[in-house]
Design a protein around this ligand. Structure first.
Ligand SMILES: C[S@@+](CC[C@H](N)C(=O)[O-])C[C@H]1O[C@@H](n2cnc3c(N)ncnc32)[C@H](O)[C@@H]1O
Length: 210
């Protein structure tokens, strides 16, 4: 293995080409200050959604809808995506993206509210896929809720898991980095899960519930 993987990382990040719908959604995301998944992470979400054949999916942190469009493009046409966001403007932009991408309203359920208030209201073991992509301080609680929500065999996806490459630097003790380092460790050690970490985008942690 070569010592410097950055060329391969840049190459793979640059491979997916986004269409007009996603580019417009990205513009809105940028204006709103929501940090969307990268195109390579989005492509990964589509593949994961398609391979999991999930019928019920949840995303915690809808942003302007970029991750949601990628998930919906992979999910079967009968699947429903529940998108949660605490910011009504972000959720409005997400609905716009879903509509522009051609998904009928019955394919999505958008819920406005703090994830820590919304998640406990969702049904136990009723979901096939959960994406965590909101405020990092909340990740430990969202992961625990996600494990409760997932069916056996369901897929947990944790985005931004490497916290801008800081998780790998033991000397970095920033609050978000410490939280994500701990989340990664607890998922790796969790007997209920089978997990792996990918360096895609800002790090994507994947775990299947046994
Ligand atoms: C990183 S962005 C999500 C980007 C989105 N997944 C995408 O790829 O387009 C994080 C989102 O989480 C939302 N958020 C932050 N804290 C939250 C909370 N406590 N409850 C619910 N949503 C929250 C923000 O409003 C923001 O839209």
């Amino acid at each position: 293995m070569s010592a410097d993987k950055s060329n391969s990382w840049s190459y793979t990040e640059g491979l997916p080409v986004e269409d007009e719908t996603l580019l417009r959604a990205r513009e809105r995301s940028h204006e709103l200050g929501a940090h969307a998944v990268t195109a390579a992470t989005g492509a990964l979400l589509s593949v994961l959604a398609a391979s999991s054949k999930a019928q019920t999916a949840v995303e915690i942190g809808a942003g302007a809808g970029i991750s949601g469009v990628y998930l919906l493009r992979g999910l079967p046409t009968s699947a429903v995506l529940t998108s949660i966001d605490g910011d009504v403007e972000h959720l409005k932009a997400a609905r716009e993206a879903f509509s522009e991408a051609g998904f009928p309203a019955n394919r999505t359920r958008t819920i406005s509210g703090r994830a820590s208030d919304v998640l406990p209201r969702l049904t136990d073991a009723a979901y096939d896929l959960v994406l965590v992509n909101a405020d990092k301080a909340g990740y430990p609680g969202y992961v625990e809720q996600a494990i409760r929500l997932l069916k056996s065999g369901g897929l947990l996806i944790v985005n931004d898991a490497l916290d801008k490459d800081r998780v790998a630097e033991p000397a970095v003790r920033e609050a978000s980095t410490v939280v994500l380092r701990q989340v990664g460790k607890s998922i790796r050690e969790d007997e209920r899960l089978i997990s792996t970490m990918l360096p895609t985008g800002d790090g994507v942690l994947l775990a299947v519930k046994r």
